[in-house]
Design a protein around this ligand. Structure first.
Ligand code: ZN
Length: 403
């Protein structure tokens, strides 16, 4: 069964048959087809949401293509911080709301994850659909509805809208800086622990779970792991594998209407670091670059605890289910690849492999391991470990170190 057939079945199982899936176009030079697509769908006045980088890389050319195609284009250059970064916070959201004219019938997100999240939210609030033009295979959120925003300095994910279509131009994606492709791979690696955390939440906290969604997300992960060398070359064939995996993972989240299969303890650690850096007004790291590293840490922590955890101190709320499923939990944890293997894979991609490579201190890692589970009301291995440990989770916990 191919992905689309599986998704149709998932929509039935999850009672989401009314959901409209985005049209997906992954091809070299597919951007040139956007004007015809807009004309066919009767879009006449569009806003292009860009930042300085994506304007230079892609936006400028797309604006010309659209204008030549008889479409009215307004460019909104999103506010950048002193670190030349766009942040999905109140200031930038309001900027897009203000600069989008009343007669706008479509917003086009030209960029990576953050620009998509800003557009997704603003479009949803103004009831204007949006089109996705990823400029890098850097994140798995293009096709989902969740917009992770920084509101009053705190990271929160709000369910908004998915794009009507994605135009993933392989020419654009292969020309993206290699660290962005490495970050996309890091976001994919996170599925090792997010899928396990989702399973644990089903066993222990009886949270909603779907086997088909989990196995589709696992396929995205496996396809990337089987093609590591190809992806590491950042060429068309490799980038295509990665962008398809990222898009498909996003579609699974879209159908479920939550991000569980692709976001567990590793994302909570990453969000914790992100908020700390915002607090200190430091330049932000790429989302997937952090997730790649936090995945190695979470795996290290889980593997240690699977073999050392004292089962006689269980919280009464979870005691029965933990005891019932304990051997399966341990087995799943033992089946995870070692953190060292994942670090090696990250290095192959040219991405950071340790907190140190991200200039994250040992103290912050330690603090996040003890507190990040409070960021979301979700059952994860990290939450259970924190509930049942006697002392703070030590870091480095296993063989991983900051050396
Ligand atoms: Zn992610």
């Amino acid at each position: 069964m191919n992905f689309n057939e599986e998704i149709q079945l998932l929509m039935k199982e999850w009672e989401m048959e009314n959901i409209v899936l985005p049209e997906i176009f992954v091809e070299k030079n597919i951007m040139e087809q956007i004007p015809a697509y807009l004309t066919k769908n009767d879009f006449k006045n569009v806003v292009l949401a860009v930042d300085d980088n994506t304007w230079q890389a892609t936006g400028d050319r797309l604006a010309t293509l659209l204008t030549d195609g008889g479409i009215e284009v307004k460019v909104v250059r999103l506010h950048e911080t002193e670190h030349q970064q766009v942040i999905a916070d109140e200031k930038t959201l309001v900027q897009l709301l203000i600069e989008t004219e009343q007669n706008t019938d479509l917003i086009i997100a030209v960029g990576s994850g953050t620009i998509h999240d800003i557009v997704r939210f603003a479009g949803f609030k103004m009831n204007i659909p949006f089109l996705s033009v990823p400029t890098a295979a850097s994140v798995d959120g293009f096709t989902s509805k969740g917009a992770p925003l920084i509101l009053k300095g705190v990271k929160q994910t709000i369910q908004t809208a998915s794009p009507i279509a994605v135009f993933a131009d392989l020419k654009v994606l292969t020309e993206a800086p290699p660290e962005l492709t490495a970050a996309g791979f890091g976001d994919i690696l996170g599925k090792y622990t997010s899928l396990l955390d989702w399973k644990i939440s089903d066993w222990v906290a009886e949270e909603p779970y779907n086997e088909r969604a989990a196995s589709l997300t696992k396929q995205s992960l496996e396809q990337c792991m089987e093609n590591v060398d190809k992806i590491a070359r950042h060429d068309e064939a490799g980038v295509e594998v990665l962008i398809r995996a990222l898009i498909e993972s996003g579609i699974v989240m879209l159908v479920l209407d939550f991000s569980r299969p692709a976001s567990g303890g590793e994302h909570h650690l990453s969000h914790y670091w992100e908020m700390d850096m915002l607090d200190k007004n430091l330049k932000q790291h790429l989302h997937g670059a952090k997730v790649g590293v936090t995945t190695t840490i979470i795996i290290d922590v889980y593997k240690q605890f699977a073999n050392q955890w004292q089962l006689n101190e269980l919280d009464p709320k979870y005691k029965q289910n933990i005891e019932k499923h304990w051997s399966k939990i341990v087995e799943e944890i033992n089946n995870l690849p070692s953190p060292e293997i994942l670090q090696e894979t990250l290095r192959k991609l040219g991405g950071p492999d340790t907190p140190q490579a991200l200039r994250i201190t040992k103290e912050l890692v330690q603090e996040s391991l003890n507190n990040a589970q409070h960021l979301r009301d979700r059952c994860t291995g990290l939450l259970l470990i924190n509930l049942h440990k006697k002392d703070d989770i030590p870091y480095p916990i296993g063989e991983l170190s900051l050396k």
